[in-house]
Design a protein. Structure first.
Length: 217
């Protein structure tokens, strides 16, 4: 049975969030191709995971028999998140840009699941080459050649963690200029926003089909 791990981190619900609208489009298409599949869903905005603590961190470097009760409890939660990650055949992440970076709730999830010796630092990790779709929405544009290109820390950071550290197979979908419909100063950019949004929805559907066919093969 195919399994999709779906994470959303936008503060805004439903279609009020560009990243949620696109992750929902991906998930719908994926489920059409995997009607008996399982979706593990985490809404990190409404139900955030704990930030990494000293107990959770040091427990990973401590013999299980020597862990304190606090270390054991904190590490058990990390293992729950890691288990969800490792059983996934595909991973879907909504990662809106807030103040040039990802939401702190998504960063907390990443800090918990990056575990050297299990998810990171192993040539034969269970995660290796697992497909990941990241919906990296943003209010403006940070594409190459734009004035704010140098402020693009979402894709750069996530590629470093997901690809370099975890050896995942990552593709980005980037709905941009999402503030155009809310900011009068950006009103002339609304057609570009609408085109970007439609392209993102189309990309989500096509990538979901591609991943579904890949897993079926």
């Amino acid at each position: 049975m195919a399994t999709l791990l779906h994470l959303d981190s936008s503060l805004f619900p439903g279609d009020a969030s560009s990243s949620r609208a696109v992750t929902a489009a991906f998930r719908r298409t994926w489920q059409e191709h995997h009607p008996e599949g399982m979706v593990i869903y985490r809404d990190l905005a409404t139900d955030p995971v704990p930030h990494l603590t000293a107990d959770a961190h040091t427990a990973g470097q401590t013999d299980p028999a020597a862990r304190t009760p606090a270390q054991a409890a904190a590490f058990a939660h990390r293992l729950t998140l890691i288990d969800e990650l490792e059983i996934a055949d595909a991973i879907l992440i909504g990662a809106p840009m807030y103040n040039y970076s990802i939401p702190s709730t998504l960063k907390a999830w990443l800090d918990n699941i990056v575990l050297v010796g299990r998810t990171a630092g192993l040539a034969n990790s269970k995660l290796k080459a697992t497909p990941v779709i990241v919906v990296a929405s943003r209010g403006g544009s940070y594409a190459p050649g734009t004035p704010r290109e140098g402020y693009e820390y979402v894709q750069n950071y996530l590629a470093a963690v997901l690809v370099d550290a975890l050896a995942l197979d990552v593709n980005f979908i980037v709905p941009e200029l999402t503030m155009a419909v809310h900011n009068p100063a950006m009103s002339e950019l609304i057609p570009l926003f609408e085109a970007s949004r439609q392209r993102a929805l189309d990309d989500a559907a096509s990538m979901a089909k591609e991943i579904a066919h890949r897993s079926a093969a």
